[in-house]
Write a protein that binds this ligand. Structure first.
Ligand SMILES: [Zn+2]
Length: 803
């Protein structure tokens, strides 16, 4: 690394920044400034232990996976410290290392750790060695060039940057590098990573621009990274570069990465949800700094599109796995809900920025819902297991993993969790916004006045909050205390979800012990006075258990309710309920709810109600079994006791349930298949799809295998006389990898011999329908379907019935 020269002016602006909140910055920025997490010391029992676990468990294991997977060795090889080929799968693997450095930097500010600090120093030294002389940093290409171009990832082109709008992820890696660099500089005062970032950004600035490279980033994040670098350095060229990367998107690109329109013409949320929310956040940054109305209009329209049709009650976004992103409005399947953990984090970034622009509590309502549900579900209570998708229903096929080949989600958790205290407060020169209720001791700066703020809260279980202020000799400012939408009568902003009743308690507020009826403006109780040391606000929010119903256009939620208390969404999970069967439950429409705390699940609050199991009969009707207690746990805490059935949207009508199977031949059989996966029980669960790409019910598939024969087999307890088969094929074309098969046939086992059945008419291969086959009756001890997969595609089965 060559030493770079920085003007005195730049260093002084960096010093302002490192001193904490840059609310005194003279440059234009968000009209409301967050109080940085470094000024907020948590004293609560819910988040503080999680942030500690993130420091002691998540970050160390994340670095250890980066070591063992070869992510760090890639930097060592590129930097000449080691030899060999590129060690990992994806060219974006560099980004995980940057994200964990960002998280570790945040973490150091709460939990000083000299060992971690010096580990980061070594790691940053390696990154610096891996950076090419002109500033280029992308270990895959650097290593490939050491081997005469061999090993260059197929997503990258021979020339730098050329394929970035497709898949090379060169700029994506750098966006995370810039975020990490600013975080590390703020945490430690060391310029090491910041210098690497600046050298890189200067190269990007030299290579890209009008008349130079005009390639837009295929995976957005560099826009946010460059804005942070601009704030840290005061160099406007980085801000201009961020805007350049936004303005060259569209109109002739893919919706998948939001390049189908110019950003200022975009109206709806489309494509990959993580790319989308990172881009919307970048647009918000520029809109705030440059007062850009066209940008502001675009993200306002997009936010409405999300909250009116594309968000789950858990705050999760991105309904479909095929594009890891947004589906059409109201297409919100529960079992196959993608809701990537990164998309939840991205949506928190986006909504926080909209709040900082507008000071409206509705954005924090979304942020809070996402935080306590869809985001939190992404990490286990033990802090060492992670979800990539966060579905709202499971048949037992979902389980948190220790790590992933594509490790974006755990590394995002590692960097997001330590920054959570930074979402509690925000200020203008005359207002203090209290957004989240988490016990803490803080120091905030309102105008030029330093104010100590103490919050005592038992959130999210208890609705009582006490906020005390100490403005020294006293001070005139306005406290804006958030009254969440759910404390009025709004389950979530937008009208996609609503409470099924109007029986809500109201909030109450007292100032210095005296009841106070405030004006509530944009979701905030406004309390303006000359505050004195020891002044206290007592807020009590109603923590009633409420039932939520979805817009009837959300097909998967018809005849069902979700249960919400405060911002927390609850679910039914297998360990708490009778036989472990959950999906067949119907809850009593009119039953009461009671709450209690349990020692398991970290002393969580749980909800008790009642319901019944449902079961199919052999003649096709549904019977409702005896009434039984039903226990609900916080959604975010599911899957901490092993995989099994789980359900957020609870049927109140038996037609909406997935009844226990009738004792058919298929159900009584032992199922085998050429490829054994957790999805195998789907083939005889008697849950029918609506069509061949119905993601709301479970299916079995052979993906990614293709172009050969596979099978599913039923072994009977005793020989059965059979004469009919019905199979329903899975086909997620045109986007997915499965299609109906080329051909198939039925074989039966008699003695030790497999024989084909004699069909009465040719085999059909039909999409979106049952494929029924009558054959000459045979007595068999087992039956199998042999399936020939297409040359280019795999295949799958929803259900296979034998009669
Ligand atoms: Zn992810």
């Amino acid at each position: 690394m060559k030493k770079l020269y920085y003007p005195i002016l730049l260093i002084s602006s960096l010093l302002i920044l490192v001193s904490g909140c840059n609310q005194n910055a003279t440059v234009a920025d968000y009209p409301i400034q967050p109080v940085p997490f470094t000024s907020v010391k948590l004293t609560d029992n819910f988040w503080a232990p999680r942030i500690r676990n993130n420091a002691t468990v998540t970050i160390p294991i994340a670095f250890s996976y980066c070591e063992s997977s070869g992510r760090i060795k890639n930097f060592e090889i590129a930097g000449g410290l080691d030899t060999g080929r590129f060690q990992t799968i994806y060219p974006f693997d560099d980004s995980d290392v940057y994200k964990i450095i960002e998280g570790a930097s945040y973490s150091l500010q709460t939990y000083p750790d000299p060992k971690l600090d010096s580990y980061l120093d070594t790691l940053i030294w390696k990154i610096g060695l891996a950076q090419e002389d002109d500033g280029y940093l992308y270990t895959n290409r650097t290593i490939a060039e050491m081997h005469g171009g061999k090993g260059l990832h197929e997503w990258a082109s021979k020339n730098r940057w050329e394929l970035d709008s497709v898949l090379s992820h060169e700029l994506y890696n750098l966006g995370h590098l810039y975020e990490a660099a600013v975080a590390h500089y703020q945490a430690t005062g060391k310029r090491t990573l910041l210098d690497i970032a600046i050298k890189s950004a200067d190269l990007v600035n030299k290579d890209f621009g009008i008349g130079k490279e005009m390639v837009y980033p295929g995976h957005q994040v560099i826009e946010m990274g460059l804005v942070k670098l601009y704030r840290a350095s005061g160099e406007k060229k980085y801000l201009d570069l961020a805007k350049f990367f936004l303005d060259i998107r569209g109109p002739n690109g893919e919706a998948y990465n939001q390049a189908n329109k110019k950003v200022i013409d975009q109206n709806v949320a489309v494509g990959h949800a993580v790319r989308a929310t990172y881009m919307y956040s970048g647009i918000a940054d520029i809109a705030a700094i440059e007062k850009n109305q066209a940008y502001l209009n675009a993200i306002t329209r997009i936010w409405e599109d999300i909250v009116y049709g594309k968000i789950y009650i858990t705050g999760g976004i991105g309904a479909t796995g095929g594009n890891e992103g947004f589906a059409d409005p109201f297409v919100l399947p529960n079992m196959s809900a993608y809701c990537e953990t990164c998309a939840s984090i991205g949506d928190i970034f986006f909504n926080h920025r909209l709040f900082l622009l507008h000071g409206d509590g509705k954005y924090i309502d979304i942020l809070e819902k996402t935080l306590y549900n869809s985001m939190l579900s992404g990490v286990s209570l033990s802090a060492d297991r992670f979800f990539y998708p966060n579905p709202l229903e499971s048949n037992g096929q979902h389980q948190r993993q220790a790590w992933f080949g594509c490790a974006c989600c755990p590394s995002n958790v590692a960097r997001f969790v330590p920054a959570i205290p930074g979402y509690i407060y925000a200020v203008t020169d005359k207002d203090l916004y209290v957004n989240l209720y988490i016990s803490n001791e803080s120091e905030v700066t309102i105008g030029s006045k330093k104010v100590k703020v103490t919050q005592k809260a038992g959130f999210p279980w208890d609705g009582k909050v006490e906020i005390s202020v100490d403005p020294g000799s006293g001070g005139n400012f306005t406290m804006k205390v958030r009254i969440p939408g759910w404390a009025h009568n709004e389950a979530l902003p937008g009208n996609l979800y609503k409470f099924d009743d109007q029986n809500y308690g109201n909030f109450s507020l007292a100032v210095n012990g005296k009841p106070f009826i405030p004006e509530v403006l944009n979701g905030y109780a406004v309390i303006e006075r000359n505050w004195k040391p020891g002044d206290k606000i007592n807020l009590e929010l109603p923590m009633t258990v409420r039932k939520v119903v979805a817009d009837t256009r959300v097909r998967d939620d018809i005849g069902k309710v979700a249960v919400q208390r405060g911002p927390v969404i609850f679910c039914a999970e297998w360990p708490d309920n009778n036989t472990g069967n959950i999906l067949d439950l119907v809850v009593d429409k009119n039953s009461d709810f009671s709450t209690e705390f349990v020692p398991s699940l970290e002393g969580s609050l749980i909800i008790k109600t009642s319901g019944s199991q449902t079961r199919k009969t052999l003649n096709g009707t549904i019977e409702t079994l005896e009434k039984e207690p039903v226990t609900l746990i916080p959604y975010a805490f599911w899957n901490n006791r092993g995989p099994g059935q789980m359900m957020v949207w609870l049927p109140i009508a038996s037609e909406a349930a997935k009844p226990l199977p009738a004792p058919t031949i298929a159900f009584r059989s032992k199922v085998r298949a050429s490829k054994v996966t957790k999805a195998l029980p789907a083939v005889n669960d008697q849950i029918e799809p609506v069509n061949s790409s119905d993601h709301s019910v479970s299916y079995y598939h052979w993906w990614p295998d293709k172009d050969h024969w596979e099978y599913i087999q039923y072994d009977f307890e005793k020989p059965e006389l059979i004469s009919k088969s019905k199979v329903y094929w899975f086909d997620d074309g045109p986007d997915g990898g499965c299609r109906i098969p080329d051909e198939w046939e039925i074989l039966y086992l008699t003695g030790n011999t497999w024989k084909p059945v004699k069909v009465k008419s040719p085999y059909k291969v039909t999409k979106d329908a049952w494929n029924s086959t009558d054959f000459v009756p045979v007595e068999a001890s087992a039956v199998k379907i042999k399936v020939k997969l297409k040359k280019e595609f795999s295949s799958g089965v929803y259900e296979w019935i034998v009669e």
